[in-house]
Design a protein around this ligand. Structure first.
Ligand SMILES: [Zn+2]
Length: 346
């Protein structure tokens, strides 16, 4: 296929294309907005329609319309041309403008597994490629402190949970954010990485380990960091965690625990124990924990490593990475603290 690039570019409205991804404000003959290619709080990204390119004075990004679509969607040259040729942006201009201002939540559907031709989420130097946030209708790159890939039993990529650390906007105190990122298709067929949770029931982290070690006991820990620490230290276990924290537990597919010996490792605080064991309030309302989901999924046995008395919030990652415990030392400690779990009736 040969493409008449000049004709394609002449027939496309650069501003309308860019507006699909970036909120723009007119400034003389140009338009400006927050750069989608680097993190910034004041606009240095400029669209120069009469010259036919975009330019960022912050990071130096410089593209014509085809290059812009390539950079922002991860498409190759032909893919970008196809996207541009496939639509009448000029006619869609008003519609696009309305859409950018209206929330797009719910219009993106995660594809699992992620197709092999999807671009890598990480662009290098610790930055992601631009990720679409359907709730804010904004595209942004992120520099996460952790990137955990979720894989299916067959090893196929399902999506990611990122961890981003940042100071609180008001108090300056450190905060963390652990969004799920999935490869999604939009209503118009467009595909991109989105801040969109896994479809429910959501996958466990470590399905590949569960499948690879069908007879191994399963260690359930809270959070991606603990899962990585546990998996690295204890290869005799299939170590799993779940996405979405304690509030997301009920949205997870726990069925892969069927028939398995399950060992729960709670964070050493009240919230950690509640997450694993569930709890019952004064009115008698039961909030299920992992133990109950494991029981409902017909786990063969359910035990708990009693971490009470350890520092508040202490977990397997603290033991290995902060306190410097050797895996064997930790195993000996844990073996002395394993107790059987009585599952509350739900
Ligand atoms: Zn920039």
């Amino acid at each position: 296929m040969s493409i008449d690039v000049e004709q394609l570019k002449a027939g496309v409205d650069l501003v309308a294309v860019v507006r699909q991804y970036v909120k723009l404000r007119k400034s003389g003959r140009e338009f400006e907005g927050l750069c989608p290619f680097h993190a910034e709080s004041t606009p240095s990204f400029t669209v120069i329609p009469h010259k036919g390119f975009v330019h960022c004075f912050g990071c130096g990004a410089h593209h014509d319309v085809i290059g812009f679509v390539q950079a922002i969607t991860g498409a190759d040259f032909h893919g970008a041309c196809a996207q541009l040729g496939a639509r009448d942006y000029q006619a869609a201009r008003e519609g696009v403008r309305r859409e950018v201002e209206a929330p797009l939540e719910g219009k993106w559907v995660a594809l699992m597994p992620v197709p092999e031709d999807a671009p890598d989420l990480m662009a290098g130097n610790g930055w992601t490629v631009p990720i679409w946030n359907p709730k804010t209708s904004k595209l942004r790159r992120m520099k996460p402190t952790r990137v955990d890939a979720y894989h299916g039993a067959d090893g196929a990529l399902l999506g990611y949970v990122l961890r981003c650390d940042f100071p609180d906007h008001d108090t300056g105190k450190p905060r963390k954010w652990t969004p799920q990122v999935t490869w999604c298709v939009g209503e118009d067929g467009k595909r991109q990485w989105c801040l969109q949770a896994f479809p429910e029931p959501r996958p466990l982290l470590g399905l590949d380990a569960l499948a690879a070690k069908p007879n191994a006991p399963v260690l359930v820990v809270e959070g991606e960091k603990c899962r990585a620490a546990g998996a690295g230290a204890w290869p005799q276990y299939a170590v799993v965690a779940w996405p979405g924290g304690s509030n997301g537990m009920g949205k997870v597919d726990w069925a892969p625990l069927a028939g398995r010996e399950v060992v729960l490792w709670p964070d050493a605080d009240d919230a950690g124990r509640k997450a694993m064991l569930g709890h019952c309030n004064d009115a008698g309302d039961v909030t299920p924990g992992v133990a109950m989901y494991a029981a409902r999924s017909a786990a063969r046995s359910i035990r708990l490593i009693d971490s009470s008395g350890m520092p508040k919030g202490w977990d397997i990652a603290d033991a290995l990475n902060v306190d410097g415990w050797a895996p064997r030392q930790l195993a000996a400690w844990a073996a002395a603290r394993v107790i059987d779990v009585t599952v509350l009736p739900a």
